[in-house]
Design a protein around this ligand. Structure first.
Ligand code: ZN
Length: 282
């Protein structure tokens, strides 16, 4: 290890600044969304079986709710613009803007060059959890998704029901793409209901048993027409292990709702980012 300089303590004592202060972002009109939600009607529902994935579609101005049923279960969520699978959820920038874990009022942003809100969280029955003594919180945008490649690296084994594969099969089934093509569309997730953080001493990504219980839910307002995919992670509540059939797993329920357009007043889907994309290239 390198010898610390004489002023090491002074350098460490420099106070941090928030990288992306979100104060200049337009705040979502949660009151408007909630008023519209009261008048919304249910369009349909999808049950995601344990260790499997399913797709669902939500019209712009609609809502979708993910509910724990039967037992504690973590879900891995992917989102695409329904009309363009190239516009997908950007976990990293969502983390940079809102923090490591998301809840009511936070938005799920799409990738560059689009960078616009895809969905806004309007309800979260686990918002009481906050951060625990280990630094753990719920609904993270720090994990990637369990996948058979990392599993192969670490254990040498083959497992076909990691979230990456569950999402790829779901998207292939929904679109007719071969699964090998669909997997290129799978991206870093929102870890719904998962309880995670970083260890204080080593900064390692940790998980612990999710506090979610049947009846808990998180609900989103769809800012644009969405295609979603949700995997019921083979880790179950992710209290011990994943990437195997060892954990107790449960289904997840996805319900989709549509509000009458008149209830949304002057709301309109957000435009794509207005940067001109010339990148100084002349
Ligand atoms: Zn998983």
């Amino acid at each position: 290890m390198s010898a610390p300089p004489d002023d090491a303590d002074a350098r460490r004592a420099v106070p941090p600044v928030v990288c992306y202060p979100p104060e200049t972002l337009p705040a979502p009109d949660l009151d408007l969304y909630r008023t519209a939600r009261v008048a919304a009607r249910k369009l349909g529902e999808v049950v995601v079986p344990p260790r499997d994935g399913r797709c669902f579609r939500v019209p712009a101005g609609g809502f979708f709710r993910i509910t724990s049923v039967e037992g504690p279960q973590v879900g891995d969520l992917n989102l695409w613009a329904a009309a363009d699978l190239g516009e997908r959820f950007f976990s990293g920038k969502t983390r940079a803007l809102h923090g490591t874990h998301v809840s009511v009022g936070d938005r799920l942003w799409s990738c560059l060059p689009h960078l616009r809100p895809m969905a806004t969280i309007v309800e979260d029955t686990l918002d009481w959890y906050g951060f625990d003594e280990y630094g753990g919180g719920v609904h993270d945008v720090i994990g990637t998704r369990c996948d058979p490649y990392t599993h192969r690296l670490l254990s040498g084994g083959t497992y076909h029901h990691c979230c990456h594969s569950n999402l790829a099969r779901a998207l292939a089934g929904e679109t007719g793409m071969p699964v090998t093509e669909a997997e290129h569309c799978i991206h870093d997730v929102l870890n719904v209901f998962m309880c995670t953080g970083f260890t204080r001493e080593t900064g390692q990504y940790f998980m612990k048993a999710s506090p979610v219980r049947p009846g808990d839910f998180i609900e989103f307002f769809a800012e644009i027409d969405l295609l979603g995919a949700l995997s019921a992670c083979p880790g179950g509540d992710c209290g011990a292990t994943h990437s195997s059939d060892a954990a107790a797993c449960h289904p997840l329920l996805v319900e989709v709702f549509e509000a009458p357009a008149a209830m949304l007043g002057g709301w309109a889907p957000p435009s794509r980012n207005l940067y001109d994309r010339s990148h100084g290239a002349g």
